[in-house]
Design a protein around this ligand. Structure first.
Ligand code: MN
Length: 276
């Protein structure tokens, strides 16, 4: 099943099922009161946890609801308790970072070449209809198109989506350099894990202004999704609705105002984003 969050008439968050013909509004099929407040957003995290229970009602509602075509999609996550991101998870990316660091830092930081996890601020999330806003900072700002998992019950992946881990290449901590507003575009929707299939069969691709910059099989990850989750969960328990970036494929590079980026992953859809 493909689940979307979209703008309701009053600007509230509505839950949609993506069908062959559009987005079916299934919000009212959830068996608990809908809480439109994005600050609390407990209904979304609860759905990530209890999806197996509510799925039949959502499927039935999706068959009945008239599909809408021209809705404004938002990121398919709401108020995650945290965004965990993997670093150095593709060998070819680790290799290219030697050159990138020599250019942007004037040296190579060996600790940054090791697999690990770090945190991005949940306020960095933006949706597939939002522009990426570049902050006025020194240094290159890079695209990292990544497979993103959304956590469900028992710390298992509930679903997957396409994400960009936008990054300032400069001195200092990753959490600062990757947490500006709009530095975590997610979308266009969440595809549940059963429908998405194994990440090993997914290709990740990013185009900048029509030129392919990143293209890799998610099967090339050094640490597969289940092992990233196990590692992160042993440090900071992953809660339903949490977001996991699984690491940058090779081909990262600078973006600039006026650019158009297209990020797509097999079976998960595509986002077209403008940079401002
Ligand atoms: Mn990344």
């Amino acid at each position: 099943m493909r689940l979307a969050i979209f703008d309701g008439r009053d600007g509230e968050n509505r839950l949609g099922v993506v069908t062959g013909t559009g987005i079916a509004d299934v919000t009212d099929a959830l068996p608990w009161p809908h809480d439109p407040d994005p600050l609390t957003a407990g209904w979304w995290r609860r759905m990530c946890r209890d999806f197996a229970e509510v799925r039949p009602a959502l499927e039935k509602a999706a068959e009945r609801a008239p599909p809408a075509r021209d809705v404004r999609l938002r990121a398919p996550v709401l108020s995650p308790s945290k965004i965990v991101a993997a670093a150095s998870n593709y060998a070819a990316h680790v290799a290219e970072m030697h050159d990138v660091q020599r250019r942007t830092l004037g040296r190579v930081e060996p600790w940054m070449m090791e697999f690990d996890v770090f945190l991005k601020s949940p306020t960095s999330v933006s949706g597939p209809a939002d522009d990426i806003m570049l902050p006025p900072v020194e240094g290159e700002i890079h695209h990292e198109a990544e497979l993103v998992a959304i956590i469900g019950a028992g710390g298992r992946p509930f679903g997957y989506t396409v994400g960009l881990d936008i990054t300032v290449r400069a001195e200092g901590d990753r959490s600062r350099r990757k947490s500006y507003a709009t530095f975590s575009p997610l979308g266009p929707w969440l595809t549940t894990a059963d429908e998405a299939g194994s990440p090993a069969g997914m290709d990740i691709e990013l185009e900048r202004n029509g030129v392919i910059r990143q293209q890799v099989s998610a099967g090339d990850m050094l640490v597969p999704v289940g092992d990233i989750i196990a590692y992160a969960d042993g440090i900071m328990p992953l809660l339903p609705g949490d977001v996991l970036f699984t690491g940058a494929p090779p081909g990262v590079g600078p973006i600039a105002a006026g650019d158009t980026l297209r990020a797509r992953i097999t079976g998960l859809g595509e986002m077209r984003l403008r940079v401002r």
